[in-house]
Design a protein around this ligand. Structure first.
Ligand SMILES: [Fe+2]
Length: 551
């Protein structure tokens, strides 16, 4: 496989003038770029059978406070090429695009005409002979042909990478696995202000402006581990709340005092998000709106239904937080994805002929209560806070006879696994399974209970696993089974931690419910030191709720 994916190369004369896809807008007068403009790395995304999106952004000074990345306010030509080998001996597509200040010199190329179901490598170049800069190399993969049933898909998913609180070591391990697809389920960045007490502070104030979001996303993209993860495989990204503002709902801001300017803030955040992600033109934002929910198929093996659970949701009931069920929270008119997206999802499930139908989404889908009886509280930000909406989708799995429904989730900064039911008060026959990835860093080092159980589990028999360590989830999807490995790092406050698989499950084709196939508590993982003594149950619950309601 390609070694040193991101090793920058000296500008060779490999990129011949474009044969196609040339953008002819004037660039002749733009001043030469002295410093390397490829400081943010490269990325690919949204694979189709005939191609994918390539992304980069020119930013010789990524932390510039005006968000412009140190680029002159002029247009620059950027050449791109796609090869069938990592040394670019067999270039199969090339072209040029023009990058301008209106998009913070972001580059999005929708490559077409490639062969289904194979690996490619890509890179960019800008500047003229003698002063040219060449980007690092990325690996991308096309989806299989629509009728193909591939033997295997290796896919990983991640969420919640809070830059100031830890090292992105988990992204590095994810990159080293060289999966063929990576799902990012939100909280790619956090909006909080610079705090000198943090391990590696954010640049700038809380992000509220276009310049601020551009600068913040550029700061994240300077991280070499994150760059390696982007360069390793195509990503399918969806956002959660922190790409804009903590726990916002549609056009309702977290803090009422900021409501008057929230639409403007969301527009700035969405625009910067599009600029910095490998998304197709169908996602170009229009004002405060952006089309993000979409479907990507991996032949007949899997269909990924990627949901946007922030932009259209009904406001959280009871003022958000962990609250006693009530206050109209179960009104059927309320929806978490919004009624239009619900219909789109249900239509897609009915039309799907995939072996595995996978929902890539943000917030906890299965039932999860903090106690039973009168003391019950649930998270009003999760699907528990929108029970009618959850019921419509769960019933949709059943009515559409979805062969193997699997929900993948982020948001809660811990690994969880839960089987799904139509009625969480009577969890007798599962209808599917949910796997929740922990954070890349959010929550800091955390801890691991050797039993893999949370104090809530006796009241939530659908829940099978929990650990409060950082990491990501690796999956191997085959026609006959889906294997899920909950990957962990023991610490994120020191760099270079090793990764290990904490718990593994298999879901078999047409068999409802997960089966545990491996378990390795931290203390037992070879070469890794045991963490400090586990906190009390009360402390674990307090930590869990704190992590989910704040940062
Ligand atoms: Fe988060």
């Amino acid at each position: 496989m390609a070694p040193a994916l991101l090793a920058p190369s000296v500008a060779p004369a490999l990129l011949a003038p474009a044969a196609a896809a040339t953008d002819t807008r004037r660039t002749a007068a733009a001043p030469t770029l002295g410093a390397d403009p490829f400081t943010l790395g490269v990325a690919s995304g949204d694979p189709a059978p005939d191609g994918f999106v390539l992304w980069t952004r020119l930013a010789p000074e990524p932390l510039a406070a005006d968000g412009a990345g140190g680029m002159p306010s002029r247009r620059y030509q950027v050449a791109w090429e796609v090869a069938a080998d990592p040394s670019f001996r067999r270039v199969v597509r090339r072209g040029q695009v023009s990058a301008g200040p209106e998009s913070a010199h972001a580059v999005h190329v929708e490559v077409r005409g490639l062969v289904p179901g194979r690996e490619y490598w890509y890179r960019f170049r800008t500047g003229s002979r003698g002063a040219a800069h060449v980007s690092g190399v990325g690996r991308a993969v096309t989806a299989p042909a629509p009728w193909a049933l591939p033997r295997q898909l290796r896919m990983a998913f991640a969420s919640c990478s809070n830059f100031p609180v830890g090292w992105f070591t988990a992204y590095r391990h994810l990159a080293e696995e060289q999966p063929d697809l990576i799902l990012h389920l939100g909280d790619y960045q956090y909006e909080g202000a610079a705090n000198p007490a943090h391990l590696r502070p954010h640049a700038g104030p809380e992000t509220t402006t276009l310049a601020g979001y551009r600068q913040r996303l550029a700061q994240y993209r300077t991280d070499p581990d994150l760059q390696a993860a982007h360069a390793a495989a195509p990503w399918l990204v969806v956002w959660d709340d922190h790409e804009v503002d903590n726990n916002y709902a549609a056009l309702v801001s977290e803090r009422p005092a900021e409501q008057a300017v929230f639409a403007e803030r969301r527009a700035a955040a969405y625009r910067a998000y599009y600029e910095n992600m490998p998304l197709r033109r169908t996602s170009v934002p229009r004002g405060p709106g952006m089309q993000l929910f979409r479907r990507v198929s991996w032949g007949r093996l899997a269909t990924f239904h990627m949901l946007d659970t922030r932009q259209y949701r009904s406001d959280q009931a009871q003022g958000d937080g962990w609250k006693t069920p009530g206050g109209g929270y179960d009104d059927p008119a309320r929806s978490l994805p919004g009624l239009a997206q619900e219909r789109w999802l249900l239509d897609g499930l009915r039309a799907s002929g995939a072996r595995w139908d996978v929902l890539g989404q943000q917030v906890f889908f299965g039932g999860r209560r903090n106690a039973t009886g009168a003391a019950t509280t649930v998270s009003m930000d999760s699907w528990d806070g929108y029970p009618a909406s959850r019921q419509r989708i769960s019933q949709g799995f059943v009515d559409a006879r979805v062969r193997n429904p699997v929900v993948l989730t982020g948001d809660v900064h811990a690994h969880w696994a839960s089987d799904l039911y139509l009625d969480y008060d009577e969890p007798t026959t599962p209808i599917g399974s949910e796997f929740v990835t922990t954070s890349i860093t959010s929550g800091g080092d955390g801890y691991d209970d050797p039993t893999g159980t949370h104090p809530w589990m006796p009241d939530n028999p659908n829940i099978r696993f929990w650990t409060n360590l950082r990491g990501y989830v690796s999956t191997t999807i085959e026609p006959g089974a889906m294997r899920v490995d909950h990957r962990c790092v023991p610490v994120v406050t020191t760099p270079d931690a090793q990764a290990f698989t904490r718990r593994s499950y298999v879901v078999e084709d047409r068999v409802r419910g997960m089966q545990q196939v491996a378990d390795a508590p931290l203390a037992a993982a070879a070469g890794l030191r045991a963490r400090r003594a586990l906190p009390s149950d009360e402390q674990v619950v307090a930590d869990t709720i704190r992590e989910e309601t704040g940062y």
